[in-house]
Write a protein that binds this ligand. Structure first.
Ligand code: AMP
Ligand code: TRP
Length: 320
């Protein structure tokens, strides 16, 4: 039997090259390799913590399916579905709620970050790792391709699996492993911090050439700062995604201190990479009907698997 791979992305806005290199590219590579049964979903219930407008939620969800298809995910090879279409996710999250403690969830990085911003945090944000554990454990997942920022969440899923198995004296859940590629674990944004929708420092994955130009030109460089030997660190860090370090060495050596030329080279390389993805996505936009069909078929396949697992869980806890 093939191993199971599962991952999700929240429909909270246009994905960026950090999402792509950190996680989504691994989805496509895994699908191509054919080593795993791939389960790739749209984490709309996780996004509900942030997106609380029905029209926007619908639009962002369809957009993300188009993004998935445009990067090369194929519904014939991977199960592509929407979290809210599979009620077993929230049902299992409730069951986990009864064995997970509040102090344990208070230790989660994402919760601590949210708390540091001193907002009144909703219960969904507090509970985020529990729903994510349910997402992962429902499908007997072996590997979870994600960026570094999600590592702790996969560890939470492992802890919850172990705790459940222990309390209910069963081997109901497998222990998942994160799949994090070191070189792209945290892709930096145009200001050198982690690339993130919430920092406004992204290069969108399907950016137009004009957007690429504008964004790359605004990459923060500091000619008085410690830019080692005239190499603009933030430009180089992004450039590494598209070209080998051997290639870049020569380019950056020849153009030491010439930030404009180096940025122009990065614009070319970024656009060369993005253009085919952008064009594929443009072609898909007209076919919204197909997108709906993809989600319907994905929901059917995911529900079949998830409901079998949920019955096993219900037997283990004694409600069945
Ligand atoms: P999200 O948009 O938060 O649902 O993230 C989708 C995926 O992209 C997750 O696996 C994240 O870990 C990953 N990701 C987000 N930002 C970055 C980044 N700057 N570098 C690498 N991976 C990232
Ligand atoms: N928390 C993930 C993120 O912010 C999205 C997600 C939800 C996820 N459930 C998941 C990722 C299960 C992997 C597995 O990116």
């Amino acid at each position: 039997m093939k191993k199971n791979l599962l991952s999700g992305v929240k429909p909270t806005g246009r994905p960026h090259i950090g999402n792509y290199f950190g996680a989504m590219k691994q989805f496509v590579d895994a699908q191509t390799l054919g080593q795993y049964d791939c389960h790739l979903f749209i984490a709309d219930y996780h996004a509900l913590n942030l997106i609380q407008d029905a029209d926007q939620m619908r639009e962002l969800t369809l957009d993300l399916v188009l993004d998935y298809l445009a990067i090369g995910l194929d519904p014939k090879k991977s199960i592509i579905f929407k979290q809210s279409d599979v009620p077993a996710h929230t049902e299992l999250a409730w069951i986990f709620d009864t064995i997970v403690t509040m102090p344990y969830l208070e230790r989660a990085h994402a919760f601590k970050d949210a708390e540091a911003k001193s907002k009144e945090i909703n219960v969904g944000t507090f509970n985020y790792p529990v729903l994510m554990a349910a997402d992962i454990l429902l499908y007997d997942t072996d590997v979870v391709p994600v960026g570094q920022d999600q590592k702790q969440h996969v560890e939470y899923a492992r802890d919850i699996a172990l705790k459940f198995n222990h309390i209910f004296k069963s081997d109901t859940f497998k222990l998942p492993e994160p799949l994090i590629l070191e070189s792209v674990a945290t892709v930096p944004g145009i200001d050198g911090r982690k690339m993130s929708k919430s920092y406004n420092n992204t290069i969108p994955l399907f950016a137009s050439r004009e957007e690429i130009q504008k964004t790359v030109m605004s990459i923060v460089t500091d000619s008085n700062g410690p830019e080692a030997g005239g190499v603009p660190a933030n430009v180089y860090a992004i450039h590494k995604l598209f070209r080998s370090e051997g290639d870049l060495k020569a380019l950056y050596e020849t153009n030491k201190g010439k930030y404009k030329i180096l940025k122009e080279a990065l614009i070319e390389d970024t656009d060369t990479f993005i253009k085919p993805l952008r064009e594929r996505r443009e072609k898909l936009v007209g076919a919204v009907k197909n997108v709906v069909k993809v989600l319907e078929e994905g929901a059917k396949a995911a529900n079949e698997k998830a409901s079998v697992k949920l019955i096993e869980v219900k037997k283990a806890i004694g409600v069945l």
